[in-house]
Ligand binder design. Structure first.
Ligand code: AMP
Length: 218
């Protein structure tokens, strides 16, 4: 049965890096709701303005909108054989919708928690940078680019910092995670669905752990 790999974990745990590796190496499309909302907030519409405000405050965009976008995106042809979700579900309502969607799509949900102690997360997020061309994720402390501030693959591009990776918003995002999303981990754990990987390892070691889970009895 095709799977919906759900990468879970606090902001800054490294879900985005792992989702990109899964896409590159196992050809599973990665769907990041954060990326979708970041693209959406650039347009000049009242909805974009609202999304911008919510993201700057470190809060969550409405369940209705998140659910609508995920339903639309995962209905496309490239998702037929399975896909990776990064950043969804984040609330019980989103988890309920995902269960419904999995039934409709004939897929199995496989949640994987990338575990990182809370006290490391703030430093990780504030040090995070990405390439505006290819989206490669760097970190000034843990994974610096070969030369300062530019992508290894696109030397013409200066790395950018996400607008919500500033210390005030980062703290709010961690609080939002604790309040809204952490209960989902308990829910998946109680259902004996949750896999855990040690997110303090090097990205390649984390990837190997995730790959083992994803490729098991396929
Ligand atoms: P992320 O890149 O996953 O850290 O997401 C960045 C921001 O996008 C979050 O702080 C939320 O404001 C918004 N967002 C991303 N995914 C969701 C979701 N599933 N539900 C609601 N808001 C979301």
């Amino acid at each position: 049965m095709a799977r919906i790999i759900v990468l879970m974990g606090a902001p800054g745990a490294g879900k985005g890096t792992q989702a990109r590796l899964l896409q590159e190496r196992l050809h599973l499309p990665q769907i990041s709701t954060g990326d979708i909302f970041r693209a959406l907030k650039e347009s000049r519409t009242p909805l974009a303005e609202e999304v911008r405000k919510v993201m700057a405050a470190g809060k969550l965009v409405s369940d209705d909108l998140a659910i609508r976008l995920v339903r639309e995106r995962t209905g496309r042809q490239d998702c037929v054989h399975g896909y990776v979700l990064d950043g969804f579900p984040r609330t019980p309502a989103q988890a309920a919708m995902l269960e419904q969607l999995a039934i409709e799509q004939g897929k199995r949900i496989e949640p994987i928690l990338v575990e990182v102690p809370t006290d490391c997360l703030e430093k990780r997020m504030i040090g995070r940078r990405s390439c505006p061309i290819c989206g490669e994720i760097y970190n000034v402390h843990f994974k610096p680019p070969k030369s300062d501030d530019v992508c290894d693959l696109h030397p013409e591009a200066r790395l950018i910092q996400r607008a919500d990776d500033n210390s005030e918003t980062v703290r709010a995002r961690l609080a939002t995670f604790d309040q809204e999303t952490r209960p989902l981990l308990d829910y998946y754990d109680a259902a004996k669905l949750l896999h855990r990987v040690d997110g303090t390892q090097e990205p390649e070691a984390i990837y190997r752990d995730i790959e083992r889970i994803v490729t098991r009895d396929r």
